[in-house]
Design a protein around this ligand. Structure first.
Ligand code: ADP
Ligand code: GLC
Length: 546
């Protein structure tokens, strides 16, 4: 692989540019947004300073506090942009202001009629091209040590660096979901600012198209995906989605690191969406939430009913069709289900129809609601995650923290984060949920029956909840793994910072604080100012030592 590394600072914080198409709390369509929004604060504790490069969607531009225009450029033929820098919700951001590509409200990828924006290729080529220019140091003072490119939308970054052949920061490509690869017509190659010879099997060509994620996987120094099991699965023809050969050839560069969740956002004691706050592990404290949730959804308020929940994109990946098929068989007057989700129109309609058919057992909120997404975890007894494949999955992590027991398929990150309640695990009191395989209606129904049986044995069920509450869902150790990998990529010592650097990093407040965006923003500013006062060049958002 072509390397672009420059001589690196041997110590001091690592400056990472995280390049992404969505970020919580500004724009989120799923777990990618959560991860992009919560990883920076955790990495900060490990001596990694993250700046996130985002497209200038209206929600991002509106959130930017005191934006400063740091550059103007024409990243692609006929495309003019301004690069803005500022803070938002405690995050240090660089934002691409390009009204013609990004000033569109709503879903970042879809037009109001639910189809892809026709210029998505150009939009995310622009994101990647700007990332590459930053990696090459074309914006003075903003060159990162390392670029973390998330999913296909940032995938071309490595290709631009490769074909430019200039010294640049290293690229680590993250796969959140191999099912989305960003393939665009070969005829657009020139619009994407790539040379004709890039269109080859050793370049961006992917099954006759320009493959953004393929390019990311080919040219990145390292590849991270979001669980060890998914890292193995995607090297098989069954789950490699056409890229398993490439992934096998890069196996020594591919690694699975599990996701964490923001345990400040996901704290049932302070969560504003939880009607009756309770401490993690307080099982009695959840009860009024279940009652209120049953009432909210017009279901019978009965504490003894086994209340199942589903919060998910309603797509084939998530196995929602498998669940819909067995709903008539698994729900009865002792088993209710609440669904919070949106997605494929066929699945939305099927669920809505079933809820009309079984109004006393099934209630649906078809749509996206962050509040209900939290409330369901504080209220349901068990969470269904019947995914056909799941790179990591976050909802099962939120569930165990909130005392809701996951019932999930044994795939990807679900297999890595849930300990099945089999006899051995129950005997040694380590089980946290239920896993089933193969992924079909019969095994899902079997797992739900197994769970219902245990639910009727309160002491054993409480054991599952307590084990779940103890399970570490935070970013802590995972962020350490990221930081270790970054240091290795940069050729720094395993523990790259001196004693002095480490203690000074710890003293700095985290980027995302515990009490909401305003507080977080203050922390971030204080942190930035502390960094500037200390060992860094004044106008450098990456905190480069001066
Ligand atoms: P994916 O990214 O594949 O959708 P994850 O489990 O990683 O799956 O993350 C999904 C995230 O999106 C979670 O934070 C989940 O709560 C949230 N989510 C999904 N659907 C909805 C919805 N309809 N309403 C609220 N939150 C949702
Ligand atoms: C993807 C995956 C999901 C993962 C999330 C964040 O959307 O489908 O499993 O948790 O990204 O990495």
């Amino acid at each position: 692989m072509h390397r672009h590394q420059q001589e690196q600072e041997p110590s001091g914080p690592i400056r990472v540019l995280s390049v992404a198409s969505e970020m919580f709390p500004f724009v989120k369509t799923g777990g990618l947004g959560d991860v992009v929004g919560s990883l920076p604060a955790a990495l900060h504790t490990e001596g990694v300073l993250v700046t996130t490069l985002l497209p200038g969607y209206p929600a991002v531009l509106d959130a930017l506090e005191g934006p400063v225009r740091v550059a103007e450029m024409s990243p692609l033929p006929g495309v003019e942009i301004a690069l803005l820098e500022g803070y938002a919700a405690g995050h240090r951001l660089l934002v691409i202001d390009c009204p013609s590509l990004f000033r569109r409200k709503g879903n970042p990828y879809l037009a109001p009629d639910g189809t892809d924006w026709p210029d998505n290729g150009l939009r995310f080529a622009c994101l990647s091209r700007v990332a590459a220019s930053l990696a090459q140091g074309h914006v003075p003072g903003r060159r990162p040590d390392l670029v973390m490119t998330h999913d296909w939308q940032a995938g071309l970054t490595g290709a631009y660096l490769h074909y430019d052949g200039q010294p640049a920061a290293s690229v680590v490509q993250t796969i959140h979901n191999l099912a989305f690869q960003g393939r665009f017509p070969a005829a657009d190659l020139a619009r994407f600012g790539l040379p004709p010879h890039a269109f080859s099997i050793d370049g961006v060509e992917c099954y006759g198209a320009v493959g953004f994620l393929k390019a990311g996987l080919l040219f990145a120094e390292r590849i991270i995906t979001v669980s060890p099991t998914y890292a193995r699965e995607i090297q098989s023809p069954e789950w490699g989605m056409g890229l398993d050969g490439l992934l096998r050839s890069r196996a020594d560069r591919l690694r699975g690191i599990l996701n964490g969740i923001d345990t400040n956002d996901w704290n049932p004691e302070t969560d504003p969406s939880v009607l009756f706050p309770y401490q993690v592990g307080d099982l009695a404290g959840r009860r009024p939430n279940k009652r209120a949730f049953q009432a909210e959804f017009g279901l019978r308020q009965d504490p003894n009913v086994f209340l199942l929940g589903l919060v998910s994109r309603l797509t084939g990946q998530k196995g929602v069709d498998i669940l819909a098929d067995i709903i008539p068989h698994i729900l009865d007057d002792q088993t209710q289900l609440v669904v919070v989700g949106s997605g494929e129109v066929g699945m939305e309609r099927a669920l809505a129809r079933l809820s009309r058919q079984y109004p006393d057992r099934l209630a649906c909120h078809i749509g996206y609601s962050e509040q209900l997404g939290h409330r369901i975890q504080a209220s349901a007894d068990a969470l269904l995650v019947p995914s056909r494949f799941e790179p990591c999955g976050l909802t099962q992590l939120c569930a165990v923290r909130y005392g809701c027991v996951p019932i999930a398929s044994r795939v990807g990150g679900l297999a890595d984060t849930i300990i099945d309640a089999n006899e051995a695990a129950m005997a040694s009191d380590v089980a946290t949920g239920f896993l089933f395989s193969p992924v079909d209606g019969e095994t899902l129904a079997g797992a739900i029956r197994r769970a219902a049986t245990l639910y009727r044995q309160p002491a054993r069920w409480a054991g599952l909840q307590r084990n779940g509450a103890r399970y570490d869902v935070s970013w802590g150790r995972k962020a350490q793994e990221y930081a270790r990998l970054f240091r290795r990529v940069l050729g720094r010592a395993e523990v790259g910072m001196t004693e002095f650097d480490q203690s000074s990093m710890r003293r700095r407040p985290p980027l995302a604080g515990p009490t909401g965006p305003a507080h977080s923003a203050r922390n971030a500013r204080a942190s930035y100012q502390a960094a500037r006062r200390g060992r860094v060049r004044a106008n450098d958002p990456f905190g480069r030592p001066g």
